[in-house]
Write a protein that binds this ligand. Sequence first.
Ligand code: EPU
Length: 337
Amino acid sequence: MDILENVSLRQLNTFGIEANARYYAEVHSTAGLQEILLQWRGAAPFILGGGSNILFTGNVERLVIRNCIRGREIIRRDAGRAWVAAGGGENWHEFVLWCLDNGLGGIENLSLIPGTVGAAPIQNIGAYGVELQDVFHSLEATELSSGMEHAFGREACRFGYRDSVFKGPLRGVYCITRVVLELSTEGHKINTSYGAIREMLENRGISDPGIRDVSEAVMAIRRSKLPDPALIGNAGSFFKNPEVPHWQFEQLKALFPGIVHYPAGEGLVKIPAGWLIEQCGWKGQRIGDAGCYEKQALVLVNHGRASGAELLQLAQEIVDSVAEKFGIRLAPEVNVV
Ligand code: EPU
């Protein structure tokens, strides 16, 4: 197992940002990861998955380890359910398709989310009414400081909206090597709570959708709204949707009667950041090659050769103008490195 020097990360982040890793290694198994960790004597390494939720703002001086641990298997079947394991380096969407091919339901709403299986629990990926935590069983992770393997159940992961313990107190402490999900094999729970899915299925004349219909509807919706990173650099939603207390929402509603909102946790209201950003006039705008996507204002894009610093500057200007107009501070959803 080799540690390489001065490796370009441009092809390894979906923003397509030019950044170099001072040291770089790829690992294909837990044993391979442990071997690298034994060799490495410097500061805590940085684990890279699909590079789809990351903004590099400069070169990375730490060792970058790319998790390429593959493998997918159905571990056990029992009364309409199946426990399925996948390596942390598996591509998430290919894993979703494999599950569909095997008649397994539960993650069809999460079709076409970029990134890897190992990264999915870190931010509790979610879309169209489903979150990873809804089907999560457990994961295995290797502690970077010791090489020791640990298992985490659902409670230990402390999932929240685009959040988990791996974004909080355990940030940068582990590499997630294997994830186990509990999926359905029959009597699938179809989730079409999201209006856009219902509309898409109606347009297609499907009244009794199966898991594959839902997956295809989700793919069509995503393709119509979200830029394909192969064509235009981006990392999906750049900010989280803010949640505000009810009293603050009432004040905002008085000032902005058309404000879009959803119920959130107790006493909270969720407001789509895309709406707030669009209201500030950013949709379709650009500063140099750093832009706010024309079809979905929550997505920042690299039109060509934007640097991480330029994208960060655009993000900061957006945060400032939303704070000024609405009194809400947007927090980034992507990992700024
Ligand atoms: N909206 C606007 N203008 C915009 C974008 C959105 O007014 O430019 C308003 C519209 O009213 C729209 C509403 O916001 O109906 C919600 O928009 P959308 O359905 O596109 O969802 P979102 O809240 O912007 C979230 C996730 C997405 C996920 C979709 C669907 C976050 C941060 N983002 O976006 O996740 O695909 O819901 O479930 O929660 C990601 O995390 O990278 C991501 C793409």
